[in-house]
Design a protein around this ligand. Sequence first.
Ligand code: NAP
Length: 305
Amino acid sequence: MSTQNIAFIGLGIMGLPMAKNLAAAGFHVTGYNRSPDKAADLAANGGHAAANIAEAVADADVVITMVPDSPDVESVVTGENGVFAHAKDGALWIDNSTIRPDVAVALADEARAAGLRPLDGPVSGGEQGAIDAALSIMVGGEKADFDDAAPVLAAIGKTIVHVGPSGSGQTVKAANQLIVAANIQALSEAVVFLEAYGVDTSAALQVLGGGLAGSKVLDQKGQKILDRNFDPGFRLALHHKDMGIVTAAAREASVVLPLGALVAQLVASTVATGDGALDHSGLFRGVERLSGVSSTTPEPAPAAG
Ligand code: NAP
């Protein structure tokens, strides 16, 4: 099957650089975004802009969706104006958004009934990973469809793994978000602790990064926290969504996640106190507030998207 024509729906912080990378890799990429300026940006960078979903998917061999949450994916793929009603028979549909695993399973069934071949393929690696085409992509769906999607996924990611049937990609992503949030919380607590003792935090993070405390979270978020630079990145409001996904899915499976539940509450608190538009490293601000420290933190960034 040809994978030359790609429709890309949702050109936000992640979607736009991913679509640009697909265009740079030689695919014919047609983008659609709710606010049209982002599709114009893609058109100026090797892609094409569509005025609506039907136009974007009409000739697509592969349709990619990258929108914030489960209801957003439902709204772009279902209904008379959605992907399922307008995509070609046999087209691959790859949902790179992070959504509820049960919704991914239901939508995959609906996609198959509409003649499409669905893959849930949430990503990890952040905005930089999207820009660098270095994402980690966890894919659920039929193995044959995964194999057909390989050239497309290789243009946006580096670690690309088929993890099981439809919904499995989202289940793995939920685990990913649990691990990342717990890491950011621990890193934030460590920085507040170090600063209370007047330690040179740059030196401290350098040496911590070389030992067992080292992590990609420390590498990518440590300096942002020291600089109080909480420009997104990955919005804390989206991580709040993801903590809801993992805690609800764990409850469904009768699995207890004590640390996950606590971190979910801490993320919820930081969002509820006005920091949802910040990068998820802004979880640090919630940690500071717990200790009555706030003098060093900036005003929240204006709400995005
Ligand atoms: P984002 O910057 O908010 O982008 C989402 C895009 O989707 C926006 O351009 C938005 O258009 C569009 N959109 C939103 N709702 C829509 C709807 N109902 N119909 C059509 N278009 C809609 O979000 P993001 O950071 O790129 O994240 C996208 C997904 O990737 C999320 O599921 C997130 O959890 C996941 N993710 C993000 C990161 C990260 O570091 N940012 C990393 C891994 C995974 P408008 O311009 O009109 O708002």
